[in-house]
Design a protein around this ligand. Structure first.
Ligand code: UGY
Ligand code: MN
Length: 260
């Protein structure tokens, strides 16, 4: 009948949804609640808009499914807007200025605000990506530059002294950058060491596993595929529980700047 069904065969989330939206503070958006959009310059791309300023975020996050032959050839961002793309699954050819990069699963590219991000799926399979844009917050004497890498080729560092929580920094941590992307991995049973309360915002995509997430002192179940927005000063902590292995997520965090 065209219903999206869950693993038990019931229609998804018609009677209740796990989505919670506390505008300006936090939101939990499971994949069952997401819709697809068409946006200018994204050809043969299925776009899903996640956090935006309407939710209280200073950035915009998207899921972007790039169909074979699809992409953004005119360019995304530039004119003061920095952008970032993460390849969740598949292959993507990315161009920033005169340089071209071939991304595979786990690959990513940061495009500074002076350039626009162009990309194309030259493969025969769809490519799943996560996209981000934000107005770059300038600081005299500093300028960011293009960065690419692949998280599958990076090692985890112990997070805040805990051996069962690992962190990958995707961008350099120097003052040229006003934000960073990270991957955080909690082994089953691991959690943040405390409930964070900070000025910086996050958009987080759960990549694998399941657990509980404290959002403003509500402990909410989260699992692979869920998207979480954490606004400024939102109380927050992750706790990996369940049978699906480590809870891992990709997230952005503004850094190296305060309010202008
Ligand atoms: O760095 C952070 O603020 C990060 N640990 N926050 C989070 O995962 N919610
Ligand atoms: Mn945090």
């Amino acid at each position: 009948m065209g219903y999206r069904t869950n693993e038990l065969g019931y229609p998804n989330d018609l009677l209740a949804s796990r989505s919670i939206v506390e505008r300006g503070n936090f939101a939990l958006i499971p994949p069952q609640g997401l819709v697809k959009n068409v946006l200018p310059n994204f050809e043969n791309c299925e776009m899903t808009i996640l956090a935006t300023p309407k939710l209280g975020a200073a950035f915009v996050d998207y899921l972007c499914r790039v169909l074979p032959g699809g992409g953004n050839k005119k360019g995304f961002g530039g004119n003061g807007i920095e952008t970032f793309i993460y390849c969740l699954e598949g292959e993507l050819t990315v161009t920033i200025g005169a340089e071209t990069y071939e991304l595979t699963t786990g690959g990513y590219a940061y495009c500074p605000p002076t350039e626009s991000l162009k990309f194309e799926n030259k493969s025969n399979e769809k490519t799943e990506t996560f996209l981000y844009k934000k107005r770059y917050q300038e600081a005299e004497g500093y300028a960011p530059y293009p960065v690419t890498g692949n998280t599958n080729e990076m090692d985890y560092q112990d997070y805040e002294g805990m051996t069962d929580v690992g962190l990958k920094d995707l961008l350099p941590t120097d003052l040229n950058f006003d934000m960073n992307f990270h991957i955080l991995k909690f082994e089953t049973g691991a959690s943040h060491g405390y409930i964070e309360t900070h000025y910086q915002e996050h958009g987080a995509l759960m990549l694998e596993g399941e657990g509980l997430y404290n959002l403003d002192n509500h402990w909410l179940p989260v699992r692979e595929g869920d998207y979480v927005f954490m606004g400024a000063y939102n109380l927050q902590a992750g706790y990996s529980v369940g049978r699906k292995g480590a809870l891992t997520y990709l997230y952005s965090k503004d850094c190296n700047r305060d309010v202008e």
